[in-house]
Design a protein. Structure first.
Length: 186
């Protein structure tokens, strides 16, 4: 009889914890310092005791993203946690970037694209060019560089560009198209 009472108490405790857990939608700030960094490296499970249930990117939904999934500006993310954990994480998002106000119409994100741009081996404008130059010229974010088979996530603006680099850029479609055409990139 005592064993059944103890089991019932454990079940009640678990149910109480679960009742306090829910999903809350948040939007990734456009200038967040974690853009393009794999979720596993961010380690939000440990730091904030939250999980990400899904990532909504445009019309696409990534359910139960894995540790290699990355976030991009304006992604809508479903955060699983208690009120306390979710509030702490929400404050973190507000501190690290400009969080769009609630009820923001996100239709304007349709103008953004995530694209890979190759710096060709015959690129003659390369001298003294860095990620900052790409960010400023394309008016976008360089999410990663693939160089010699290795990935550099969320590169600093001072990282130099090298011939043969594959840059993953998030930018306004028109700005990125103009950048690619002006500098004869692929």
């Amino acid at each position: 009889m005592t064993k059944k009472i103890e089991e019932k108490k454990k079940q009640d405790k678990f149910q109480y914890t679960w009742d306090n857990t829910h999903i809350s939608d948040m939007i990734v700030p456009q200038n967040a310092n974690f853009i393009g960094v794999p979720l596993g490296e961010l380690d939000w499970r440990t730091k904030f005791q939250i999980n990400i249930a899904y990532i909504k990117r445009g019309d696409r939904i990534i359910q139960t993203p894995n540790s290699e999934s990355v976030l991009y500006p304006f992604d809508k993310i479903g955060i699983i946690g208690t009120d306390e954990h979710i509030q702490r994480f929400e404050k973190y998002l507000q501190i690290i970037g400009e969080t769009p106000p609630e009820n923001t119409d996100l239709k304007n994100t349709d103008n953004f694209t995530l694209d890979k741009v190759v710096i060709p081996n015959d690129f003659c404008v390369l001298e003294h060019k860095s990620i900052g130059w790409v960010k400023d010229t394309a008016k976008g974010i360089v999410v990663s560089i693939e160089r010699n088979g290795k990935m550099i996530h969320n590169p600093d603006r001072n990282v130099p560009i090298e011939l043969g680099d594959y840059l993953t850029i998030v930018a306004d479609k028109k700005n990125l198209k103009n950048f690619i055409q002006e500098y004869h990139l692929k």
